[in-house]
Design a protein around this ligand. Structure first.
Ligand code: URA
Length: 433
């Protein structure tokens, strides 16, 4: 086979065969395909797509380009993936909650992207913790504790790693086909028996419209099922931050509150985690309602907190995180409230602007080499539909300097619209099976 022939077919919108796509992904992993050829291929796919069979073949080829984990465990191996949002720390809660329900969760996660936070960055706000582990360590932690939230090792889907870096510099990230294969190759390499996709829609998501979110959700569900992994998706609301805290350490703190059994600290975050968890568990049998009850018990009994604390210790974090998380989490130098400039209801929130304000505070990256400040962000953020009076706090800012705090206050005040009572969006817009 010849890369030029495959690229020419893709360029002319001719369907590629499974063999051609598997050959190309092998070339991405072993260097048989050059960077220029990979870029040209990505552009052709971006313009013309691959079709459903092509998406499955590309996903399987990229999944199989490295190690694919195999498990022999006494419970189902399940995972969740979110397309990215603001204040979205579901993974930190869901993994230990599932582990407490006898589910195994080898959760290979990512870092922040653009205005959205990343699970690995949040976890690394915990002192001493490292999410860089070998496949063997991932296996051991998953086996013994039930959940391991870690970064992808070099041996997981190397074809995706290479293609993603090339897409990043060739304006070919925005392709549903390439996004589908990229997300699923890494997830399915974890050897899952079931997967739920949380496809975010709204101001804080990458997908701003329901139609875009549905296109991606449909592609992900059909492709993952086509590649043999029972998968479902939920299109969930991101027209406001999911949790009332934004920023790495602050999101860990809110998760610790929920894991401590506090039902009111982050009601939307808690509810979505329960609903996604119940749907995910139902993929390996049983009724959602019964699974939800088990997940609630995992929180109220402290079992989920115990699993989380054990996982933190196994990843190098402090052994007393469950009891002493207030002491361990980083504190910002400047902490102060931003107040409402007028009376009214929280009518709209620009999630992307709020996420970017956290990046500007130092909580996210503008370039890959940026070092994060884990303490900064917003806490006690108001919710859509809340009534506020002039002078009442909209949120608390956690910043490294007075100048940063002033800048973040301006961003917050212009990212939150105060006006008439809005129609409140549902937490889950649609389920896709
Ligand atoms: N996340 C990924 O892992 N890949 C993409 O292409 C986009 C988001």
């Amino acid at each position: 086979m010849d890369a030029r022939h495959i690229i020419r077919k893709a360029r002319d919108a001719e369907p590629l065969t499974r063999e051609e796509l598997l050959w190309f992904t092998k070339g991405l992993a072993d260097g048989g395909v050059s960077d220029a050829q990979a870029g040209a291929f990505a552009m052709a796919v971006c313009l013309h797509g691959l079709g459903q069979e092509g998406r499955v073949a590309l996903t399987e080829g990229m999944r199989d380009s490295g190690h694919v984990l195999k498990w022999d465990l006494d419970g189902p191996v399940l995972d969740k993936h979110s397309t990215g949002g603001v204040g979205d720390c579901v993974s930190l809660l869901l993994a230990p909650m599932l582990a407490a329900c006898d589910v195994y969760v080898p959760m290979i996660s990512g870092r922040g992207l653009g205005h959205t936070g990343g699970t690995l960055d949040k976890l690394e706000a915990i002192p001493g913790l490292s999410t860089t582990v070998t496949d063997a360590r991932l296996r051991k932690i998953t086996n013994e504790i039930g959940c391991a939230i870690v970064g992808a090792t070099g041996s997981i889907a190397p074809a995706d790693k290479r293609l993603y870096a090339i897409r990043d510099v060739t304006a070919t990230v925005e392709s549903v086909d390439l996004i589908t294969a990229s997300i699923l190759a890494k997830k399915l390499a974890a050897g899952l028996g079931g997967l739920i996709l949380d496809v975010k829609v709204g101001s804080g998501a990458f997908m701003k419209t329901p139609a875009e979110a549905m296109e991606l959700a449909r592609s992900l569900v059909d492709t993952a099922n086509g590649a043999g992994c029972p998968t479902t998706a939920a299109i969930t609301d991101m027209s406001q931050p999911l949790a009332p805290a934004l920023g790495n350490g602050l999101e860990v703190a809110i998760c610790m509150e929920v894991l401590s059994g506090n039902d009111t600290a982050a009601p939307r975050l808690r509810e979505l985690t329960l609903q996604l968890g119940a749907s995910l568990m139902a993929l390996s049998g049983g009724e959602e309602a019964a699974h939800r009850t088990k997940l609630e018990t995992a929180l109220s009994s402290g079992e989920a907190m115990e699993r989380f604390a054990r996982m933190i210790t196994a990843l190098g974090g402090p052994p007393d995180m469950a009891e002493d998380w207030h002491t361990h989490l980083p504190k910002a130098r400047i902490v102060g409230d931003v107040v409402a400039p007028r009376d009214g209801y929280i009518a709209a929130m620009d999630g992307e602007a709020l996420g970017l304000a956290v990046v500007d505070l130092g909580g996210g990256r503008n370039v890959e080499s940026d070092k994060l400040n884990y303490a900064v962000g917003f806490s006690d953020v108001v919710s859509l539909g809340e009534k506020v009076s002039r002078g009442q706090p909209l949120a608390t800012i956690h910043a490294d300097s007075e100048d940063d705090a002033v800048m973040a206050a301006k961003a917050l005040q212009s990212g939150i619209t105060i006006g008439e009572m809005p129609d409140l969006p549902p937490l889950i817009h649609e389920r896709v099976t």
